[in-house]
Design a protein around this ligand. Sequence first.
Ligand code: GLN
Length: 387
Amino acid sequence: MKINPSNKANQFEESVIREMSRVAKQYNAINLAQGFPDFPAPDFIKKYAVEAIEADINQYAVTWGSQSIREAIADKYSNLYNLKYNPEREITVCCGSTESMIASLMGTVNEGEEIIIFEPFYENYGPDAILSGAKPVFINLKAPDFTFTEDDLKKVFNKNTKAIIINTPHNPTGKVFSYQELLLIAKYCKEFDVLAITDEIYEHILYTDKPHIPIATIEGMKDRSIIINGISKTFSVTGWRIGYILAAESLSSGIRKVHDFLTVGAPAPLQEGAAKALRVGNDYYLQLKDFYFRRRDMMLKALRDVGFSCIAPEGAYYIMTSFENFGFDNDIKFTEHLIKDIGIAVVPGSSFYRKDAEDKSKFVRFCFCKKEDTLNRAIEKLQKLSK
Ligand code: GLN
């Protein structure tokens, strides 16, 4: 019997982010690695899901997502961004934004076509590119403030470019792409006829006056944008696996077919719970922002006090920091020290870079989507770090 993994599966490793959660357990370390909350989800969303189960919404929903959630998503984008999407044909609900991304790529990109990815990048995009047959091409966001220039865009856009992935607010750096940056990217997308696939899962987790801007709101971009989002981070329900895609009908038709054959659909009662939660209104989003603002400042201060020279994230719930003051040659060794000797699990920065990237070993990522008590315990442990 031939039992080797496929050529595609052989080209990537298991997720380091997910592995770190297992290692954290093994060493009984505080898990500031994988980005998921350790506090309860809001009562209202849990109640909505329980009600849906009790009302016997327990069979498959429509493959593209239940009517109620697609309408709630359409209303949300119309109210917040004045973006109009037809829930019948332009919105698709998937199992998390993870499935949304792979379904979007497989539904739109052909073997060998290039996709542009900003590096560092959320590690899924690497395997996503391999699985969809796309050829990834990278733009390095330059540390310490993770910026890029027009020249960087000029170098990578070409006639074989199919799409650019824009994750804003950005995991792992916390960068929020500015209007000027998006305008520049939009200019190249239009010139080279390129799709913008945007991962906007942290849209409400923002810390400065920079707003979250979907590139689809820029003139000429709506029909070439694929917006990916989900409820995991906004409602602290990462285990529900409810993500969604907004895209013009011509794009959605391919994506929907891929989604159908990958997973059929996301959990039906949780879609109903999410549909009601998505109508919760702006106050909730503002409260969420304040909630994370406090945690960001706590962690920033604590990390700087012990000698990290981190820059403040503008959004999302991670701090990607260099560790040059602690005398370790690379991120893997420093991560091991943090887990085994200090008692805190983080994600080694190299998992957000290509294998041969220049900056790859210089960072680690701390997440702070945790109870204040968890962060305080971690901060106490950080005092053991010596420079
Ligand atoms: N987005 C989260 C992170 O970067 C977790 C994602 C996941 O493991 N599915 O840690």
